[in-house]
Ligand binder design. Structure first.
Ligand SMILES: *Cc1c(COP(=O)(O)O)cnc(C)c1O
Length: 470
């Protein structure tokens, strides 16, 4: 399998060539040249597989430059009971008739980003050793992504992580999670500013091309193809748990931000997994809901991006969304380039033609939106009626998923985080603190490792310089 970009560059690249990359050189995102099709016999055979075996089968269709025995070993090291708490890895539980929750958040940081990031850690270590290279990952986080990256890269050879976060602004639980890691290759830098200041520093450092090259600076952001690919697996695993035959269809409701998660569902559907609807759930930041309803994609300014109680979905533009639009527009790279390149820069968005908008239905996409009040009501209702405690993002997915249920088709809501991460809103909804996995009791009292810095890119560069030589 080879990869091309969404902006018309037809140069074909292998998986490992794009593994460590973010944007393609033409500014587009990487996608496979085509989607491998799964036939009925294959689907039947896959039903009996363990999660690691299933992941190996699916990844093998997209990766042809890692020897199968090596890929198998990487996958088996990633998806273990020790890391995810169960043999099933992503157990599905029934809430009521036709309505299910698929647990994707039982990894080390209690959010679904572990599903992909843990594999990325293994792939990075493998590929860097093969090349005899090192990589310094520089990122900014306000919570989920940074901790998932640190837990995936901790102790990995050839990789260092420099993670910036706004000083004193993450929840005590999130700070404890990140700052208590003892691994020498993990560096927490808290910046005396807000999240945007952290992001500006990352940009400033990355724009110093000489520094970037010299120190092999890279990222692990959500446009990385390998992350998306890893997420395809749990759509198959969820499907197998709620069906017993391949003529049954299933719908998935997906709490969405940067469109990485639901885009993986789109890939699974293109491969032939019998998915009826892909339900895109947003919070008050409804860029995506607006697009699916109206055909207009309008990027929000930061003053129009709200801080909500499902903070990992607080986005002003959806960085993976271009991949879906590429498929929607018949893989017309020139048109995608016009829309996302010049169009976005000039107009801050674009509008599809009526004909193009009408095509969305063929891809199974529908959408909806959930507010803080909806979130509280959904968390409360789920607790009172089912004694099931869900987090704020999952609540958005459940609220919108319910609105799109159709008789005879199971609706599977993806659980993207555990309630323990969002204690304040859980207490607001239920008047009690969320339950926490036993392994994380008392982490707030562990010793913390971090350095504090002013909003100053040069100081961050000096720090990286010093710790790359160590
Ligand atoms: C990242 C994240 C999301 C959004 O996922 P995307 O792939 O960006 O759409 C939703 N919920 C939680 C808890 C997250 O961490």
């Amino acid at each position: 399998m080879n990869y091309i970009t969404t902006r018309g560059d037809q140069t074909e690249r292998h998986f490992c060539e794009i593994l460590l990359e973010g944007l393609a050189p033409d500014g587009g995102l990487y996608l496979p040249t085509h989607y491998p099709k799964i036939d009925d016999a294959t689907l039947t055979r896959w039903r009996g597989l363990s999660y690691a075996q299933l992941a190996f089968e699916i990844l093998s269709m997209f990766i042809d430059d890692i020897p199968p025995a090596d890929l198998k070993a990487l996958v088996e090291r990633t998806y273990t009971k020790a890391t995810y708490g169960t043999d099933t890895i992503v157990p599905v539980r029934k809430l009521e008739d036709g309505l299910f929750i698929e647990a994707l958040s039982n990894g080390p940081t209690l959010a679904f980003k572990d599903m992909a990031m843990q594999l990325l850690g293994q792939l990075f270590e493998y590929e860097l050793a093969r090349r005899g290279e090192e990589l310094n990952i520089l990122g900014a986080t306000s919570g989920d992504t940074g901790s998932a990256a640190e837990y995936a890269m901790r102790g990995k050879k050839g990789v260092r992580v420099f993670m910036l976060s706004p000083h004193g602004r993450m929840s005590p639980f999130q700070q404890a999670q990140m700052f208590s890691l003892p691994d020498a290759n993990i560096h927490n830098i808290t910046v005396e500013g807000v999240f945007d200041d952290c992001q500006d520093i990352v940009k400033a450092v990355s724009n110093d091309l000489e520094f970037k090259r010299r120190h092999k600076i890279g990222t692990v952001n959500s446009i990385n193809w390998a992350r998306l690919l890893a997420q395809v697996v749990y759509y198959f695993a969820g499907y197998f748990q709620v069906t017993c035959a391949n003529d049954q269809k299933v719908s998935f409701a997906v709490p969405s931000g940067n469109f990485g998660n639901v885009c993986a569902g789109h890939v699974a559907r293109m491969m032939g997994l019998p998915i009826e609807q892909l339900v895109v759930a947003t919070n008050e930041n409804d860029v995506l809901d607006e697009f699916f309803r109206t055909g207009t994609y309008r990027v929000r300014a930061s003053a129009e991006t709200w801080e909500t109680s499902s903070p990992s979905m607080d986005i002003s533009k959806a960085s993976n969304f271009e991949r879906f639009v590429f498929d929607l527009l018949g893989r017309d790279g020139a048109r995608v380039s016009a829309l996302f390149g010049a169009g976005l820069a000039r107009d801050g968005g674009f509008t599809l033609t009526a004909d193009e908008h009408a095509r969305i239905a063929r891809f199974g996409f529908v959408s909806g939106k959930s507010t803080h009040a909806d979130r509280l009501a959904t968390i409360r209702d789920t607790w009172q009626r089912h004694q099931d405690m869900i987090d704020t993002h999952t609540a958005d997915g459940l609220k919108v998923g319910r609105e799109h249920m159709r008789p005879g088709t199971p609706m599977v809501v993806l659980e993207t985080a555990l309630p323990a991460k969002f204690a304040a809103t859980i207490e607001e909804a239920l008047g009690r603190a969320p339950t926490r996995p036993a392994a994380l009791e008392g982490i707030e009292s562990l010793p913390k490792r971090f350095v504090v810095m002013p909003v100053d890119a040069q100081r961050v560069k000096d720090y990286i310089d010093e710790h790359c030589r160590a």
